[in-house]
Design a protein around this ligand. Structure first.
Ligand SMILES: [Zn+2]
Length: 205
């Protein structure tokens, strides 16, 4: 806990005063450009890997970067998506999965889930990943099997995202673009799903 207190003291005493005018503007409104949907994993630090900061990303996170299917009972993720699209009018939505994802490991090997009844039920949201598995990439090394499933989950959740009524409307009207990403923790690389070619390609080309 001490670490957090020290971190906040630094923010309070040094960072905030230097950016006071930015926070004054942000105190009364936000107009983020990006809806960012990713996993709860502690190793995914969007502002670090994307060079963004306060006011830039409207974020929803959960285990496995899931977008529950439309028609599912209300949940935090889809309510957040709806708000981002209908109220904040974000022009971009990005769904980002990542290497070594614990949720996807658990989907592959369900050992121990009997002690995690909530997680066990939650993981039904990633079952569609199995039918969207991507080709195994030898560059992923010993985690290649898992990585192909994780990329498959990005494709599956991207379909769920596009099927959300607010998203489908905004995309049809040309006011929203939707992207699926795979972030590799080891290399720091991001791949984007090319929906025409139906494969992941390096974001930076
Ligand atoms: Zn994860």
């Amino acid at each position: 806990m001490q670490r957090l207190l020290e971190g906040h003291r630094k923010f309070h005493d040094e960072v905030f005063p230097a950016r006071r005018s930015q926070f004054r503007l942000l105190a009364e409104s936000q107009s983020p450009e990006f809806l960012f949907i990713t996993c709860a994993d502690s190793r995914i630090v969007p502002d670090l890997i994307l060079g963004t900061g306060p006011g830039d990303l409207f974020i929803t996170r959960n285990a496995g970067n899931v977008v529950p299917v439309t028609g599912n009972d209300v949940d935090g993720c889809t309510a957040t998506i709806e708000y981002a699209v209908e109220v904040l009018h974000v022009p971009y939505a990005i769904l980002c999965g990542h290497s070594d994802c614990g949720a996807m490991k658990a989907a592959l090997d369900r050992t121990g889930l009997d002690k995690l009844p909530k997680a066990d039920r939650w993981l039904h949201h990633v079952e569609a990943a199995f039918s969207h598995r991507q080709p195994v990439n030898p560059a992923d090394g010993s985690g290649a099997e898992l990585a192909s499933l994780i990329r498959g989950n990005v494709v599956a959740q991207l379909l769920n995202l596009r099927a959300q009524p607010a998203v489908a409307r905004a995309v049809a009207e040309g006011r929203l673009k939707v992207f699926g990403w795979y972030y590799d923790i080891l290399t720091g690389n991001i791949e984007q799903y090319d929906e025409q070619q139906k494969r992941f390609v390096p974001l930076l080309g």
